[in-house]
Design a protein around this ligand. Structure first.
Ligand code: ASP
Length: 441
């Protein structure tokens, strides 16, 4: 059985971190496929190599000399080589990158070199083979990730390569041009590799010991999440809980491979295990709380709305034509509220145009847009089996004098979503945490 291990930028920021990574890999003979990010921040105000590369690209296209613009990147790698005493030089690679820049390489190519160069170094340090992601990870001609071709090609390459380092973050278009995933995309590469080799586990090593029940910037010292299902994680990350790239669960999820989020700086911590299914008998009734601000409610009332044929369809069509995508849509008999991202409504004339169009098409008795809404999701598979979860959420909020503007429960009974005023956001998360976690500790 093989495990795929992905290390984030802070886990590979300098030689000290490289040593921790090698110790982790060598501690388990099943850790045979390694996906590195580019070197990240070594200290708080440091710059990630990926950002240095974007800067280097901007500077060279505005005419600056490549060698000068690339110097800060070069320094980072040369320092790692020196501090680890590696018997390798990247000088030829640096020359090649310079040539490619001069020949008009694109911005994605520039950014991808962070992972590419780090992969070469890590493979050398571990004694593993280096497999360029451009040889096994593919996008179609429209620039969408091509899961089938990738799975087949990468699987075939890695079948013949028992121990390999595959750089994260990028792949190639059909004509060979380099393309990157969105920022943080090495998490996705790790997941793709895990699927391609049929791994028993995808370990994602970062600088925190897994997911927390709530945002530590809001709740002091929150409890950690030991086990979470893919569906729960999806709900929480959609609502803003970070740590893992939001697309990263899909490849492994379809292959039933669990993900373990682990801390490179505290490898003994269990971290968070993300699994396809888990029993509902959880430590706490809820698994996590997350939320986001900057929502608006479009509130529409019209007598006999529910018997007017095609009302909802026409409303949704207008919204779609204006690129507005409803997040939630609680309805009454003669009312509908559409919760949307405020920025999608546009400003000034753009927003007025949308309002005019909705009024023309729907002829409502009352129409209003209320800004400044925050959404909070209380997520947990445990709530399916127990009664009273919603009551406790509402009680916590009402005791804290917080007005609930919207309520939505997903059909899977995995989450309860409430809309509240933005000014109550932090307070709401704290009181829900206290209600479900502190009181059960
Ligand atoms: N290095 C890339 C970034 O900073 C990708 C990654 O680290 O996952 O976004």
């Amino acid at each position: 059985m093989s495990k795929v291990v992905k290390f984030g930028g802070s886990s590979l920021a300098d030689a000290e971190q490289f040593k921790k990574v090698a110790d982790i890999i060598h501690a388990d003979p099943e850790r045979v496929y390694v996906v590195p990010s580019a070197p990240g921040k070594r200290f708080k105000d440091d710059t990630k190599v990926t950002d240095l590369l974007y800067q280097c690209y901007e500077r060279t296209i505005t005419g600056e000399d490549f060698a000068k613009a690339f110097a800060p990147v070069r320094e980072r790698y040369d320092e790692i080589i020196k501090d680890l005493n590696l018997d390798i030089s990247l000088d030829d690679e640096f020359v090649k990158i310079g040539q490619d820049f001069r020949n008009g390489a694109n911005r994605d190519y520039a950014a991808s070199r962070g992972e590419y160069l780090n992969g070469i170094l890590l493979a050398n340090y571990l004694g593993y083979e280096f497999v360029d992601a451009a040889k096994g990870i593919f996008f179609d001609h429209k620039g969408n990730f091509d899961a089938d071709i990738t799975n087949a090609c990468l699987g075939a390459i890695l079948e013949k390569t028992p121990k390999a380092v595959i750089p994260g973050f990028y792949g190639a278009l059909p004509d060979g041009t380099i393309k990157t995933f969105s920022r943080g995309g090495s998490d996705f590469t790790g997941s793709v590799v895990a699927k391609a080799v049929g791994a028993s586990l995808y370990e994602n090593w970062t600088d925190v010991s897994g997911f927390l029940v709530a945002d530590p910037r809001i709740v002091e010292n929150p409890a950690g999440i030991e086990v979470i299902t893919y569906s729960e994680l999806r709900e929480l990350s959609y609502m803003g809980a970070g740590v893992l790239h939001e697309d990263a669960i899909f490849p492994v999820r379809s292959a039933n491979i669990p993900i373990n989020i682990k801390n490179t700086n505290a490898p003994e911590d269990a971290g968070t295990l993300i699994v396809p299914t888990a029993d509902n008998d959880t430590k706490y009734l809820i698994t996590g709380i997350a939320g986001k601000k900057d929502f608006s409610v479009i509130s529409i009332e019209k007598d006999r709305m529910n018997s007017e044929k095609g009302f909802m369809r026409r409303m949704l069509q207008v919204l779609e034509n204006h690129e507005v995508f409803p997040e939630h849509m609680p309805t009454g008999i003669d009312t509908v509220s559409v919760v949307v991202n405020t920025k999608e409504l546009g400003k000034g004339e753009e927003r007025e145009k949308l309002v005019r169009r909705l009024k023309d098409v729907l002829r409502p008795d009352h129409f209003e847009i209320i800004d400044g809404l925050a959404l909070i999701a209380v997520v947990g598979r445990g709530m399916r089996a127990k009664k009273g979860t919603a009551t406790r959420v509402f009680a916590a909020l009402s005791h804290a004098d917080i007005n609930i503007r919207m309520i939505d429960q997903g059909s899977s009974e995995l989450n309860i979503i409430v809309g509240i005023d933005e000014k109550d956001f932090e307070k709401a998360i704290k009181v829900i945490y206290d209600m479900f976690i502190l009181s059960e500790q």
